[in-house]
Design a protein around this ligand. Structure first.
Ligand code: CTP
Length: 420
């Protein structure tokens, strides 16, 4: 099931120009499958109309503490009780001050006081107001109360100034909300993930590559981030926006990918060692033996041309060989590979697991309907050293990634338990 299906979000709006972006946030929440109730302050209704909020949220707008529509006058309690999450966007300086004081002088602040579940706040204000000691105090108080903040971001402001004060983008707010609601089964862990194709250059204008879109690896990175992990994403050329919060390592060739992965895997100065690696990149097995410095010209005569290729290093096999290295806390590291097969998928996958020496391998038949390069879905069988672990039906890549991350978290916990 889609993550947001059946989730109820209350979106509270303060009176700031950032409210125009909240309209997009409401649309995104609904597109994702969530139910939204908009609760604007009186000041917010100076910037956007109740009708706009109602049209976008698809639900009556709640704005009054003592609404005649509600015979029991208990909207603030009911909304808080029913909400999985309250998002306050834009959170103005005045709204933050009232929240920090625990005031309940309108519907939004009253329901925030009654809310027992998570609250996510996206501040937006003039940079001087954000830096003011009073706002700083209020932000600290609210953080100590367990309220999560996203932004503000730096940039050009509606007031003409430049600085810290812009409301975070709606996609970032939605992604942060999702992470807030996802169990942090990988908190404190660090993973290196590979994704996408590699490119092996023949000359300055040509290369050998493959059809990998990078989607599977991207979803794995997102699922790991949502589960609370730190993620180093080493990726070939793809047309995808970076997952929020991932450290990005763009590379071209297989050898560049190996260097970047080993750089993270073996040691980054001052950083904790990785706990695991999930290698979903479609690495070119071969590269041209001799990369020409100048463009290869046609010979003139209509002759065939042959290319000499040489084997690339196997990143998965190399990492597995080094997985005995312990993390700082003495934990066993976990290495996971993917196996792209077109026939006898299970048998070939099992052989690959043994040959490469990894802990888990996610086998997928790339020739099956709905699977493979560029597809939105994938059907995976997960096998470990002791044999098949799980076989999943055709699922959106997002859900395949979630299941894989659960399996990796389980393996890391087991590795941790063995060490005592
Ligand atoms: N892999 C790797 N380095 C390589 C080749 C593959 O790290 N040079 C990794 C992939 O990221 C994947 C796994 O090994 O996790 C299996 O990749 P796959 O393409 O299925 O297998 P190959 O090793 O290329 O074997 P074959 O082409 O014979 O199926």
């Amino acid at each position: 099931m889609n993550f947001w299906t059946g989730k109820r979000i209350v979106i509270g709006l303060g009176g700031g120009i950032g409210a125009y972006k909240t309209l997009e946030l409401i649309r995104l929440c609904r597109l994702a499958g969530a139910t939204v109730v908009a609760v604007p302050t009186a000041a917010a209704l100076e910037f956007v109309t109740g009708l706009t909020l109602q049209a976008l949220s698809g639900a009556p707008v709640r704005e009054r503490l003592f609404a005649p529509l509600e015979p029991d006058g208990m909207d603030h309690i009911r909304l808080a009780r029913e909400a999985d999450l309250v998002i306050v966007a834009p959170a103005t300086a005045d709204l933050l001050a009232r929240m920090a004081q625990g005031m309940a002088d309108d519907l939004l602040t009253a329901l925030l006081l009654a809310q027992r579940g998570p609250v996510l706040v996206a501040p937006a204000m003039n940079p001087a107001m954000w830096e003011h000691p009073a706002t700083r105090r209020n932000v600290t108080t609210l953080q100590e109360d367990g309220i999560r903040f996203i932004g503000p971001q730096s940039g050009a402001m509606a007031c003409g100034e430049e600085g810290l004060g812009r409301m975070a983008e709606p996609v970032m707010i939605l992604e942060t909300a999702r992470r807030l609601l996802t169990p942090a089964i990988l908190a404190g862990r660090r993973l290196v993930i590979t994704a996408g194709p590699t490119r092996e250059e023949l000359d300055p204008v040509r290369f050998i590559s493959n059809h990998s879109s990078g989607k599977m690896g991207w979803e794995v990175a997102l699922a790991a981030l949502r589960a609370g992990a730190e993620v180093d994403l080493v990726h070939g050329p793809v047309a995808l926006a970076p997952p929020m919060g991932a450290r990005m390592f763009p590379v071209g060739s297989a050898r560049e990918m190996l260097d970047a992965v080993l750089g993270v895997w073996l040691k980054t100065p001052g950083e904790p060692l990785c706990d695991g690696a999930i290698l979903s990149a479609a690495v070119s097995d071969y590269r041209p033996a001799d990369r020409k410095r100048e463009k290869i010209k046609k010979s003139g005569a209509s002759e065939d041309m042959s290319l000499e290729l040489t084997e690339n290093p196997d990143i998965l096999a190399m990492l597995s060989a080094w997985s005995g290295l312990r993390t700082r806390e003495g934990r066993q590291r976990v290495v996971v590979g993917f196996a792209a097969e077109t026939e006898q998928a299970l048998a070939h996958g099992q052989q690959k697991l043994l040959r490469k020496g990894c802990d888990l391998i996610a086998i997928n038949d790339v020739s099956a309907p709905g699977c493979g390069f560029g597809a939105e879905t994938n059907a995976v069988t997960l096998i470990g050293r002791e044999g098949p672990e799980e076989s999943w039906p055709l699922l959106p890549k997002e859900q395949v990634a979630e299941r894989l991350i659960r399996a990796v978290a389980g393996l890391l916990d087991r590795a941790c338990a063995w060490r005592g």
